[in-house]
Design a protein around this ligand. Structure first.
Ligand SMILES: Cc1ncc(C[n+]2csc(CCOP(=O)(O)OP(=O)(O)O)c2C)c(N)n1
Ligand SMILES: [Mg+2]
Length: 308
């Protein structure tokens, strides 16, 4: 069997991001953070019904989405706003669902980004079925499905992993383990890592920290090369921190220690990566100002639309 790096070179994958990709990683992380903040503000003003923040999970989402590129179909859960924006969903399209204006908001066929699902883990079966269907139609690209740690406790996830393994479906499972299912800590939900559980089903897997987008990018690039080379599923478990509560209506300080929340905020992947690329001289003040201006313009547009 070939090594993952052999697959990577055969399929033209970069497993280490170059400098342009590094800037792109940071840019998408900053945009996602800015749009997330705008959504939280609008929800507090009653313009959105609910908002599950992705703050703290930007490195995991942007690193994985950039690594797999634009071709695979992405099947999200409900918190993958950074992936949505990267795939070309506009902030307006993204917010319209959370304002109750539409069931989806974007064109899932054109963007190859499925509608969000609120029913935990159902999307894993949709993803495996879609992948098998694609293969039957002679279309071979793979499917990326996102899932949270808590949702892996649903039977659907076990069925999906087993089906993917026996059918050798080209599916990349990306589990963002933020340590919480609303107020239930992950360590009270499982005795092994999600990555280890996947191996029990016969799926190759890896567990990586989600604090650095480059680590995630490399892991997912290798996973993508493996899936394309072996025509078999793969699971990447990414350990992330949840900076905000479960949604805007959750008061996490009621069940989470102040120390734990402070530690997660201090390890913010967006500020850490911004500092790192600045330190390397890859971005400067003018670069940050341009990204800020773009985010501010979107924010003003959205405020005008929703608040007037
Ligand atoms: C089938 C089902 N059961 C319960 C819920 C209620 N619920 C919504 S989110 C959630 C926790 C999910 O946690 P996790 O999968 O870790 O995702 P996270 O919100 O942390 O990203 C629960 C129990 C649901 N939406 N669907
Ligand atoms: Mg969780």
């Amino acid at each position: 069997m070939k090594s993952e790096s052999e697959y990577a070179s055969e399929y033209g994958y970069e497993t280490e991001p170059d400098d342009d990709t590094r800037r792109l990683l940071l840019r998408h992380m900053l945009v996602a953070r800015g749009i997330d903040e705008e959504a939280r503000r609008l929800q507090k003003q009653g313009a959105l019904d609910l908002w599950p923040s992705c703050q703290g999970q930007e490195a995991a989402q942007v690193g994985s989405a950039l690594a797999v590129g634009p071709d695979p179909t992405v099947v999200p859960s409900y918190r993958e706003h950074a992936v949505a924006l990267l795939r070309g969903v506009t902030p307006e399209e993204l917010f319209s669902q959370w304002a109750g204006r539409t069931f989806c908001g974007w064109d899932p066929y054109r963007l190859r980004f499925f509608p969000y699902t609120m029913v935990l883990a159902t999307q894993t079966l949709h993803a495996v079925g879609y992948s098998i269907g694609q293969r039957l139609q002679g279309r071979e690209d793979f499917v990326v499905v996102y899932i949270g740690d808590g949702a892996t406790s649903e039977g659907d996830m076990s069925e999906a992993m087993n089906l993917a393994a026996v059918e050798s479906a080209s599916v990349l499972f990306v589990c963002q383990n933020n340590g919480w299912a609303i107020s239930k800590p992950a360590e009270e939900q499982m005795r092994t890592s999600v990555a280890e559980r996947a191996r029990g089903f016969g799926i190759e897997s890896v567990r990586v920290p989600g604090s650095d987008p480059e680590t995630v990018f490399s892991a997912c690039s290798r996973a993508a090369a493996h899936i394309r080379g072996e025509r078999a599923p793969y699971l990447v478990e990414i350990q992330v921190g949840r900076i905000q509560g479960h949604t805007t209506s959750d008061a996490q300080e009621l069940y989470r220690s102040a120390d734990d929340i402070a530690r997660t905020r201090a390890a913010d992947p967006v500020t850490a990566y911004a500092a790192r690329l600045s330190g390397l001289g890859l971005v400067d003040t003018a670069w940050f100002d341009a990204v800020d201006a773009e985010v501010r313009e979107s924010g003003e547009r959205l405020t005008k639309e929703y608040v007037g």
